[in-house]
Design a protein around this ligand. Structure first.
Ligand SMILES: [Zn+2]
Ligand SMILES: [Zn+2]
Length: 118
């Protein structure tokens, strides 16, 4: 799947409010397993602060809703032409923080969506 095909697919899922299908897809399941293994299931934000926590989430540095064509890309090229990791292993707490959800339950999760739908 090319980035533009991926973008078209993810946009159509968002339009249908079925973004959960992305996370249930075989492509994503294979990719997230590979990313978690690459980071040895270690939360990268905790690691940066010298703590160890098991990562259970793969986060998109380029948020899926803003960059749907990067939803299945392990890397992206930033504005300076540098290659950056797009997919990062995080623990649940760091993942909530990075998305700005300070209080759990404040923002209701959509029904039928896995916990890491964003
Ligand atoms: Zn963490
Ligand atoms: Zn995320």
């Amino acid at each position: 799947m090319t980035p533009s095909e991926c973008g078209a697919w993810v946009r159509s899922l968002m339009a249908a409010e079925r973004l959960g299908d992305l996370y249930r897809s075989y492509r994503w399941q294979v990719l997230r397993k590979r990313i978690l293994a690459k980071y040895k299931h270690e939360c990268q934000h905790c690691k940066a602060r010298g703590r160890y926590r098991r990562a259970d989430t793969v986060h998109h540095d380029r948020f899926v809703d803003k960059y749907p064509e990067l939803a299945l890309s392990e890397y992206y090229i930033d504005q300076h032409g540098e290659q950056k990791p797009n997919l990062i292993a995080l623990c649940h707490e760091c993942h909530e923080k990075v998305h700005g959800y300070r209080t759990a339950g404040k923002k209701k999760q959509k029904k039928n969506a896995p916990p890491e739908w964003w």
